[in-house]
Structure formats: structure tokens, C-alpha cells
Ligand binder design. Structure first.
Ligand SMILES: *Cc1c(COP(=O)(O)O)cnc(C)c1O
Length: 421
């Protein structure tokens, strides 16, 4: 399709957009009495309008039923989390028994490392991406030190080539083969938070398995953004947060995936708690741990129902729309944003460089040559919510659920005014 950088053309695309009605299902912050142009759904998704009802429902059943809400609420609390597993499995390409919702992301990565990082004298190395998200770096470093190992000798960061902004799959595969039988674990962000790159998870997982390592993925920027086939790709484990593309509210609960082949094992090390035991015997308060035969065996505590409610609200929306339709619109709106950026680039003196490679999801990371933080501040002041990463990169993620093509056009005009002054 031949795009045009005009308001009429953008509106025409909105007219044809199969998801256009969903925009009205979200609350937008306002600047100067107008909805903002929201590019930070990769950081904190907007609030769906239905979410408050889901939270109110819990508040009401707590008020009216108190402890009896565990079993007598309309959606009983004691197995409330199980309602999230099936729709979440559809988002990440898993079987329902491979999914659990618990804790928060970094906590879950630590818990999964307990199970899947068991270094031996010979096999102890971890392949990760260079300059991973800071929390992942701290998590990996502290896990390695916890085992009495030296992060410098243990962590094998995959580097980008000189002058390039992305990782090459062949370099990852080569490093895996080279590390061979000293490789214990591959743990990478499936979609890199900085450049928006989507890693070839299928190929990398296969390569890791081929040398006998475990392979896990941090899917913070992937869940709800790209199509995943975690079960079929043979991934060992994965975890993600729910507040980015999954619109479940600040700091909210994390989802985990544990491949079916690791379930129902009594020999797998795991930190355990009462919510991981079989439901039938849980309240007998017996001394021995009898794991549930699903990923819920990794649950520790009785879950925070007030947090799960917004996640359930969001998942029901994802289920209605489906990842396929979201991905279809995502590709089109990101392509239009890219086009608008290129058109504006021709009209202004400075130049933008899109550092996101072709293998991408919702996010374009743009290097603003010759522009600094004042431009970012100008955008924010004029109702364009982006984020800034040093030295001068803005990340733009037009979430397909609620962003419009008109937003992309309007953004281009505001950007131009911000540069030309
Ligand atoms: C957002 C993000 C996190 C955040 O972790 P929390 O434990 O939810 O604070 C971790 N890792 C990556 C790659 C992220 O993008």
C-alpha cells in the first residue's frame, strides 16, 4: 500500500481498522483537554474501562463476605488465578497447564532460576544479551554469585557487531555452539527493551536444547505484543510482566510458563509454598508438599486477588480480539509510523535513524541525530507521551489496541513543529 502523510489518509486507515472500536474501551490521559498520543504502552499500558468493575467486584465481595469470599464470591478467590491460565495460554502459545500467574517478573525469574539454573563444575555458563534490562542483569549477577561463581567467568553476553544496532541470530547460534557443553542456560529478553528487536526464539531455543542447556525467555516486551509459540518452540520456561502491553496496571502480577515436560516432577528443585500443593489436600495442612500437576506448583502464597482482577479484565479483552488481529494492526500502524517519520525527516534539517531492525514488534526506537532532550520535553508538553533513553533515543510503541493512524499523523506534525520551532 502506498501511504500518504495527510490527515485524510490517516483517517481513511482508521475507518478501515477492524480494531477501531477498542480505542473507546480505554482511558486516555488528557493534555489541553485532548487525549494524549500514547507511545508508552510498552512501559505501562492504558487502563481499560472495564477494569474498575473487576476490582470493585473484589472490593464488594470482601466487604460483604469477608473470609467467606474465598469460596463464596461470584469468582471464588481460592482458585481465582486459574481463570487467567487459559486466556493467557492463548496469548503466549502454551498449554493451559503450563501457565501460572504469581508474584512479579524479577521475583519469578529468580524462582525459575532456582529450578533451571543448576550449575555443575563443567556446565555452568549462562548466555544472555549484552546490556540486558538492568533488573535482568542484577538478577543474573546475583544468582551467579549465590552459587559461589564469578559473573565475569559465568555470564556470556552476546554482543552486537561494531557499528550495528541489533543482534544477529547467527552470532547467537554460533556462541551457543561454541559454549557447548559448558552452557547451562540461555536467558534472553525475547523482545529487547531498548532497540525493540524480536529475537528468533524458535531457532535460539533449538540451538540451546541441542547442546543440552535449558532455555528461558524474559517476555516483558513480548507478551501481548508478538505471536509466541512457547510450547511448540520447546522453551523450558518464560516469565513476563502484565503491565506493559497487557494493560493490567502498574507493577502488576507476572505470568510464567513452564514446559509440560517439567511438570509433575518431584526431583526438580523449587522453592515451595502452600499454594503449590494439590488443592484437594491443601487445607488438611499436612507436612509433606504434594505439587499440583500444573505450573501452579511454583506458586508460593495465596495470590493477591486485587491484582489479579485487572489482569483478568485485560485477558478477557485479549481473548475477544485475539493476537492475530492485534499483530495485523500492529504491523500496519508501525509501518505507517515509520513512513511518517521518514516523511518528516525529509522536511527537517536534523535526521532520525530508526535503530529497530526488521525483526520487530510494536516498538520503533529512534535515534535523534542533532536533537536533544528539549525535543522530548516539547513532545511531552504537546501531548505526545514517549520515553527517552540516553544518549538521545526515543522509543515509540503505538499499541494496536488503542492507538490510531490519526495519532501517527498528528505526532509527525508535532515532531516537525518541535524541530523547526
Ligand atoms: C519491564 C522489564 C522488567 C521489569 O521487571 P519487574 O520485576 O516487573 O519490575 C524486567 N525485565 C525486562 C526485560 C523488562 O522489560
Amino acid at each position: 500500500m502506498q501511504f500518504q502523510n495527510t490527515l485524510d489518509f490517516a483517517r481513511e486507515l482508521d475507518e478501515k481498522d477492524a480494531l477501531k472500536s477498542y480505542r473507546a474501551s480505554f482511558h486516555f490521559p488528557q493534555v489541553d483537554g485532548k487525549d494524549v498520543i500514547y507511545f508508552t504502552g510498552n512501559s505501562l499500558g492504558l487502563q481499560p474501562k472495564i477494569t474498575r468493575d473487576y476490582v470493585d467486584e473484589i472490593m464488594t465481595s470482601w466487604k460483604e463476605l469477608a473470609v467467606e469470599g474465598h469460596f463464596k464470591a461470584a469468582k471464588p478467590w481460592w482458585d481465582y488465578h486459574e481463570r487467567l491460565a487459559a486466556p493467557l495460554a492463548r496469548v503466549v502459545g502454551a498449554k493451559t497447564n503450563e501457565i501460572s500467574v504469581m508474584n512479579t517478573l524479577t521475583v519469578n525469574l529468580h524462582l525459575l532460576m532456582v529450578s533451571f539454573y543448576r550449575p555443575t563444575a563443567k556446565r555452568f555458563k549462562i548466555i544472555c544479551e549484552e546490556k540486558a534490562f538492568p533488573s535482568d542483569q542484577y538478577m543474573l549477577d546475583s544468582q551467579v554469585r549465590f552459587h559461589g561463581l564469578d559473573p565475569k567467568e559465568t555470564l556470556v553476553p552476546i554482543k552486537k557487531r561494531n557499528g550495528e544496532h541489533f543482534w544477529r541470530t547467527e552470532d547467537v547460534l554460533e556462541k551457543i555452539a561454541e559454549t557447548g557443553d559448558t552452557l547451562a542456560l540461555v536467558l534472553i529478553g525475547g523482545v529487547n527493551y531498548y532497540n525493540g528487536q524480536v529475537f528468533d526464539m524458535k531457532a535460539i531455543t533449538a540451538a540451546g536444547k541441542a547442546v543440552g542447556a535449558f532455555v528461558g525467555w524474559d517476555l516483558a516486551h513480548a507478551a501481548g505484543n508478538i505471536e509466541l509459540e512457547l510450547h511448540d518452540w520447546n522453551v523450558d520456561f518464560a516469565a513476563w510482566c502484565s503491565y506493559k502491553y497487557m494493560n493490567s496496571g502498574p507493577g502488576n502480577a507476572s505470568g510464567v510458563f513452564i514446559h509440560q515436560r517439567h511438570l509433575n516432577k518431584t526431583d526438580i528443585p523449587r522453592f515451595e509454598g502452600w499454594w503449590g500443593t494439590k488443592k484437594e489436600t491443601r487445607f488438611l495442612m499436612k507436612p509433606n508438599f504434594e505439587p499440583i500437576d500444573t505450573a501452579d506448583a511454583w506458586q508460593l502464597s495465596n495470590p493477591p486477588i486485587l491484582s489479579l482482577a485487572p489482569y483478568l479484565a485485560s485477558l478477557e479483552m485479549f481473548d475477544k480480539v485475539g493476537m492475530k488481529a492485534l499483530v495485523e494492526k500492529r504491523d500496519k500502524i508501525v509501518a505507517y509510523l515509520e513512513f511518517v517519520l521518514q516523511e518528516i525527516d525529509k522536511e527537517v534539517e536534523s535526521s532520525f535513524e530508526i535503530i529497530t531492525p526488521e525483526s520487530r514488534g510494536c516498538q520503533l526506537s529512534v535515534f535523534l541525530h542533532g536533537e536533544g532532550k528539549p525535543l522530548f520535553e516539547y513532545l511531552m508538553k504537546h501531548g505526545v507521551i514517549t520515553d527517552w533513553r540516553e544518549p538521545n533515543v526515543i522509543r515509540l510503541a503505538p499499541a494496536p489496541f488503542y492507538c490510531s493512524f490519526e495519532d501517527m499523523y498528528r505526532f509527525g506534525q508535532i515532531l516537525k513543529d518541535g524541530i523547526l520551532g
